[in-house]
Ligand binder design. Sequence first.
Ligand SMILES: NC(=O)c1ccc[n+]([C@@H]2O[C@H](COP(=O)([O-])OP(=O)(O)OC[C@H]3O[C@@H](n4cnc5c(N)ncnc54)[C@H](OP(=O)(O)O)[C@@H]3O)[C@@H](O)[C@H]2O)c1
Length: 335
Amino acid sequence: MSVHSTEVRLAARPHGWPTAETFEFTRVEVADPAPGQLLVRNLLMSVDPYMRGRMDDRKSYVAPFTVGEALEGGALGEVVESTVDGFKPGDTVLHGLGWREYALVDARSAAKIDPSRAPLGAYLGVLGMTGLTAYAGLLRTAEFKPGDVVFVSSAAGAVGQVVGQLARHRGAAKVIGSAGSAAKVAFLTDELGFDDAFDYHDGPIREQLKRAAPDGIDVYFDNVGGDHLEAAISALNVHGRITICGMISVYNATEPTPAPRNLAMLIGKRLTMRGMLVRDHGDLRAAFIEEMAPLAADGRIRHHETVYEGLDQAPEAFLAMLRGDGLGKVLVKIA
Ligand SMILES: NC(=O)c1ccc[n+]([C@@H]2O[C@H](COP(=O)([O-])OP(=O)(O)OC[C@H]3O[C@@H](n4cnc5c(N)ncnc54)[C@H](OP(=O)(O)O)[C@@H]3O)[C@@H](O)[C@H]2O)c1
């Protein structure tokens, strides 16, 4: 069966913020699946901050995208043709070849999902990569315990919305979030049950955090870096823990960014600051799904999604996610 597909390629490496010129759309003919492969028609794809890192040509934990080739990323699709036992046409699969209408997917890197158990978007968010990041980063990396006061940045984003609600569900004494607009702050306190939240544009983060947590915080889940990290170090109590999950405030920086100026506080307060990558925590997936699926299903953990319609909107969805225009998990509906 001959299939034609539109794909989004990296046209040029961005210097600083990506623009529309970073992307190009190309029409290609997709070959028949080779032994071991599935032909998948993509339905939904994720846009994620780490994709910005892959647009740069530098050594990292994941290979850079290649200029002139299709971008990649988490996606859900329907199997159209299968050469592999265990996969048949009509199956829904989660895989890593988004940014295109049709994908030739190695069956070993595809996971079958049951679309009747949860809305599709959940598999890319609250029950997917970003949900597991929140779960592992809070429970394992930060060694969260009931009674902790937890602060999370980019709290109205895909990872952040789960971190805050999971901490609340697991018995945090107080959950505080920061986000980039008054609407997001209201969303955190009014809809997600955060105890307190603030807009980081409204004044120095250090002062706003001090107001929200006059007795200090025990855990900081960092999605942002920069001023947020420095403020959190100042606010942390003795034996406080920091999960370094992301530093989105520096991803588009063109110059080296300053380190927190108060790192020496780690000594006196005996703080732990630990980086984490979700891919190291696959062993937690079963426990994560067992706990999260019922919470997400009955709304005890809410998961907001911002969905852009059409592959042609994928670059704009990605840029909007970086800018903070989206609420919750940002997705693109391809078909
Ligand atoms: N370590 C891992 O394995 C792993 C896995 C997944 C994600 N991550 C990291 O986790 C973080 C969150 O990822 P996500 O997928 O949940 O993205 P997200 O939070 O849904 O989207 C990114 C958000 O970053 C915020 N932002 C952008 N520039 C900012 C700035 N200068 N200062 C403060 N906030 C800013 C924006 O929200 P506002 O409107 O609030 O500004 C935007 O909505 C990212 O840093 C990402 O790289 C790490």
